[in-house]
Design a protein around this ligand. Structure first.
Ligand code: IPE
Ligand code: MG
Length: 237
């Protein structure tokens, strides 16, 4: 979700205004995803690198996050959407953590749709944390080095239990991934949109999904090897 700051400065508004408008789009995006039958929507809300922003912007973002959770909890429950956090959430403030835990707990029984918020997230941090946890298990004798394989590594990522993304959308005209779900996106389709996040509407979401549907995903195989049935029918993440 990129481009909040530029959206605001183009209008002579403070950056915070762009973030405020961005939060509105989060609610709409969740609705668009639900309508399209997307099983898991992961939103990159705050990266490990975002702490380097001015303190007042960081504080405002955290305040908005808390308000969002307080405001949206009922909606998530009403629509039976499971809530997950991906990232080092232990480093967020106690009050944000309390909201996150409560929202996770109250929605943990839902299975059809998941909203995952990437908070204090970075792929490299995720790998470091996964390696540490695996190493600790080995040193305690709970795991053997020989048993390390990709499913085991996956189980130690913040995204444990979530499917890999099929489609990654980056807004605001940037053509980079910026440390987001790098391992999980190994076979994801990338979609780069020029639209700034506060302007990213349902219509833009539809266009991204349509672009995704027109792509052929070969996973290293040839076009001829792919059966028609393999190309359609599975839900999006
Ligand atoms: C939102 O957009 C992303 C967040 C970290 C919340 P930006 O704040 O990065 O907007 P730009 O890139 O300055 O336009
Ligand atoms: Mg940005």
């Amino acid at each position: 979700m990129d481009g909040n700051g530029r959206w605001a400065s183009q209008r002579g508004l403070p950056r915070i205004e762009g973030h405020r408008r961005g939060v509105k789009r989060v609610k709409e995006a969740l609705e668009s995803a639900r309508r399209h039958g997307v099983e898991v929507l992961t939103l990159f809300a705050f990266s490990v690198e975002n702490w380097n922003r001015p303190k007042e912007e960081v504080d405002a973002l955290m305040g908005m996050l808390e308000a969002y959770l307080k405001d949206q909890k009922k909606e998530l429950i009403r629509h039976q959407i499971r809530f997950r956090v991906v990232g080092r959430y232990e480093e967020l403030s106690a009050s944000v953590q309390a909201e996150l835990k409560e929202t996770v707990a109250q929605t943990s029984g839902f299975t059809k749709h998941t909203l995952a918020l990437a908070l204090n997230y970075g792929s490299r941090t995720e790998v470091v944390d996964a390696v540490k946890r695996i190493a600790e298990k080995i040193s305690r004798g709970e795991l053997s080095t020989a048993s390390i394989d990709w499913p085991l590594v996956q189980d130690h990522l913040y995204t444990q239990g979530l499917p890999d993304p099929d489609l990654v959308i980056r807004t605001s005209g940037e053509s980079r991934i910026s440390n987001f779900l790098l391992l999980q996106s190994a076979y994801a389709e990338m979609y780069f949109s020029e639209v700034l996040w506060p302007d990213f509407s349902d219509k833009h979401f539809d266009t991204a999904i349509r672009a995704f549907q027109s792509r052929e995903r070969r996973y290293g195989k040839t076009t001829e090897q792919l059966s028609f049935s393999a190309l359609e029918g599975s839900p999006l993440t």
